[in-house]
Design a protein around this ligand. Structure first.
Ligand code: PHE
Length: 338
């Protein structure tokens, strides 16, 4: 029996040695250690071994099983190492990787960070508000009566429940004053929506930058100084800027600010880029009513507000003739700002 075990062991070891791939090795394992493998079948012979020989035969059996198992494991590891080496051999890790095109900030983002950077240096803090708004925050609190044209179905995107897509970021003026007493000095960038016909200077979704400054002793001179400083920091000190008297329900007096758009080969024209004015006392009254206090007593505090259109600022700075270029994501256009 011991001779037979020796024979099986050496047969197994040479079969394992000869295996050059995983399938052959697995066949060798099954052929010797499997349920009908040679060693397994041989071990059934234990029952016929005379009692006094059993320990020696048992030892030989265990030794053979151990030797075969170890040889299988070693060969498996060797085959795996060979396979890894082959795979790595086909790869030159020193080659440059597939290039990813380098991205760049969108011109609107660039314009936003310029404007925000300048205003923050002047002490304005960032504020935000929701794009889906109540009519109260968008219109009523801003002294805009129900019959005002801006509230028309044809001018504003309404939801069935009476809420709407904010038509301007002036809603954040109200939300900021509801939340905290004066002094307030905030800017609020964000999307605004109008049912405008899309053309070379209008989009139905666009970006505004709102500003609000409320304190004692805020004057029209502060408003003018702040906006002129901001616009000069963006466009350079020679840019033609004009303040044109206008009307907004929530400011009095009110102005629109125009800047001259000069596109090569086209006649220069004025483009309206901002609305602004001194906060109307009725806005403070609405805020006080919502707050349930007199924190914004119009006899004690005053302020100015402004709303800038970022697309238009970008168009003027970079001489972009059509606002739609800013939303088409054509990299031939966008690459020029990288
Ligand atoms: N909300 C106005 C608009 O969208 C702009 C504005 C803001 C005017 C603040 C005055 C004060 O046209």
């Amino acid at each position: 029996m011991i001779d037979q075990l020796d024979a099986i062991q050496s047969e197994a070891l040479s079969a394992i040695e000869a295996a050059t791939e995983g399938d052959a090795l697995e066949a060798a394992r099954v052929g010797f250690l499997g349920r009908k493998g040679k060693l397994t079948l041989a071990s059934a012979g234990m029952k016929d071994v005379p009692k006094e020989d059993k320990p020696a035969v048992g030892q030989a059996l265990n030794a053979a099983r151990k030797a075969i198992t170890e040889a299988l494991d070693a060969k498996l590891a060797a085959l795996q190492a060979d396979a890894d080496a082959d795979a790595a051999a086909g790869i030159d890790v020193t080659l440059p990787g597939a290039p990813l095109p380098r991205g760049a900030r969108h011109p609107i983002s660039q314009m936003l960070s310029r404007a925000v950077g300048t205003l923050r240096r002047m002490g304005f803090a960032l504020a935000t508000g929701p794009e889906i708004e109540t009519e109260w925050h968008c219109f009523d609190a801003l002294n805009t009566p129900p019959d005002h044209p801006a509230r028309n179905e044809s001018d504003t995107f309404y939801f069935g429940d009476g809420r709407l897509l904010r038509t301007h970021t002036s809603t954040v003026q109200i939300r900021t004053m509801e939340a905290a007493p004066p002094p307030v000095r905030i800017i609020a960038p964000g999307s605004a929506y109008r049912r405008d016909e899309i053309d070379a200077t209008h989009l139905s979704q666009f970006n505004q930058l709102e500003g609000l400054y409320v304190d004692t002793d805020v004057s029209l001179a502060d408003l003018k100084g702040t906006l002129e400083y901001l616009l000069r920091s963006i466009f350079g000190k020679d840019t033609p800027v004009r303040f044109r008297p206008h009307f907004f329900p929530f400011t009095e007096p009110s102005f629109e600010i125009d800047i001259q758009l000069r596109v090569k080969g086209k006649a220069a024209r004025w483009i309206e880029i901002a609305g602004c004015g001194m906060v109307d006392p009725d806005v403070f009254n609405a805020v006080n009513q919502a707050r349930g206090d007199q924190a914004y007593d119009p006899d004690k505090v005053g302020g100015f507000a402004f709303g800038l259109g970022l697309e238009r600022l970008a168009m003027i700075l970079w001489g972009i003739s059509d606002i739609r270029l800013l939303i088409e994501n054509d990299t031939r256009f966008l690459r020029q700002f990288a």
